[in-house]
Design a protein around this ligand. Structure first.
Ligand code: SF4
Length: 449
């Protein structure tokens, strides 16, 4: 009998990928995806623990789901509520205590057992099952072949977990130790995506450039080698990867940027701070100069490489001088995009109890200053594109008639005046406008012919 499942995804692209795989796993068991939680048979909240108050957002959503579950029960129906992802991993028992109507919690490493867990929960109803172990066997060996991908872009998780233990980050505790999928498995999934019409694949990993998957020659391959193999897939025009760690940018990856036109000239390379003292307290295992050198090597391999980064301001012990060092580094490097946040303690991480917590008002002031600089750089980068012809992969319809939206090689969103029949194509676009977050233009007939 057909059942309906609603999956709400929080956080990063890896969770988006995981949610898609959960859909694939449940489909053979009769679950069809639903666009809203109303009247469904199964609700899954696939949670993220990175941002502030992540757990509170989950509890607030659970409050609404509870009402739907009660309403369905009054109509004689049954709604199973499951919480997965990193919040479930970090505080599964607490979720079952605070929200006893939750039937099932499962961690990011055990969702391959979802059909079995769901079947057991339906059978025994309301038993509050919990599966947050880190299994010995990687879940990827148990996932079914991904369903045909809709659209021309796809995410593909190649690496999971992290061994870096930055002192502010919960990931090593929720996703576990570093694991890389074997090369053959990644290529099979990528080939399947390309056969479904995908032209751009973004390789995902918490620390993606620490990738060291088993190659077909028995050696561990680095990310650069993996990308080289992927670049040989006919009809795969674009490859991206995220998120990288500066320490794991090796020669193989730099060479891939130099040699492979399919590898887009854009890298998200978090630095977090420009002050060595703060970087050491963060346990980042790189210095500000080390970061500068990595960027220099990347840019000498690919001169048009654009960068984005992550910043944390107000980390415990950060002084005015330390913050100024961050501004200096931003000024020197020049970022095309960036994400910046005030430090907020994550329970269970070493930095949460560190001395020298910075007052909220100072954090806010620093964040405003940093964001003004980063926004100016992003605007400048976008404006410098005006008058250039950029290849744009047209991914979807725009909000206006006769408009399609796609991405430039530098991951900028581009609004293009173009006919529907170009959807899914990579077209040369003459950029005529630039906003804070996007570009606009029209198909350049001269280059197109
Ligand atoms: S490298 Fe990234 S994922 Fe790993 S601990 Fe540091 S911030 Fe977290």
């Amino acid at each position: 009998m057909t059942k309906r499942v609603y999956i709400k995804t929080y956080g990063c692209q890896m969770n988006v990928y995981d949610s898609a795989r959960m859909t694939d796993l449940l489909a053979p068991h009769g679950f069809l995806p639903a666009p809203s939680p109303d009247d469904v048979d199964l609700v899954i909240l696939n949670t993220c623990h990175i941002r502030e108050k992540a757990a509170e957002k989950v509890y607030s959503e659970l409050g609404k789901i509870r009402q739907l579950k009660i309403a369905k029960a009054r109509r004689g129906g049954d709604m199973l509520v499951a919480v997965g992802g990193c919040v479930a991993q970090a505080e599964g028992a607490e979720i079952l205590r605070r929200a006893p109507f939750v039937d099932l919690v499962f961690g990011p490493q055990s969702y391959h057992r979802l059909p079995e867990l769901v079947a057991r929960s339906f059978r025994y109803g309301g038993a509050g099952l919990s599966d947050t172990e880190f299994p010995v066997e990687p879940k990827f060996d148990h996932l079914p072949e991904a369903a045909a991908v809709q659209g021309v872009t796809a995410f593909l998780t190649v690496q999971e977990g992290c061994d870096k233990f930055c002192s502010f980050c919960i990931v090593p505790y929720t996703r576990g130790a570093e694991y890389s999928r074997p090369v053959a498995q990644v290529l099979a999934e990528a080939g399947h995506a390309v056969d479904s019409g995908v032209r751009e694949i973004t390789l995902l990993g918490q620390n993606v450039n620490a990738y060291h998957g088993k190659g077909w020659d028995g050696r561990d391959w680095g990310l650069g080698e993996l990308i080289r193999a992927l670049a040989e897939l006919p009809r795969l025009d674009r490859i991206r990867y995220t998120t990288s760690h500066p320490r794991d940018v090796d020669e193989g990856l730099i060479a891939a940027h130099r040699d492979l036109p399919q590898l887009m000239p854009f890298i998200h390379l978090p630095v977090q701070s420009g002050a060595d003292r703060v970087l050491a307290a963060m346990n980042r295992r790189h210095t500000a100069d080390g970061y500068r050198r990595v960027v220099e090597r990347l840019r000498s391999a690919r001169s048009d490489l654009a960068l984005s980064s992550d910043f944390i301001v107000g980390f415990p012990g950060e002084s005015d001088v330390n913050f100024q060092a961050t501004l200096n580094l931003v000024g020197e490097i020049g970022f095309a995009q960036a994400f910046s946040f005030k430090y907020s303690p994550r329970p269970g991480t070493p930095a949460a109890s560190a001395a020298g917590q910075v007052p909220e008002a100072i954090k806010s002031e620093r964040l405003t200053t940093l964001q003004e600089l980063l926004e100016r750089q992003q605007r400048d980068f976008n404006e410098a594109c005006i008058g250039r012809v950029l290849p744009v992969l047209l991914e979807k319809q725009g909000r206006h008639d006769g408009q399609l939206v796609g991405r430039s090689p530098y991951l900028q969103s581009v609004h293009v005046t173009a006919t529907m029949r170009l959807l899914g194509d990579i077209v040369p676009v003459l950029i005529s406008g630039a906003g804070a977050n996007s570009l606009s233009g029209s198909v350049d007939r001269a280059s197109a012919t």
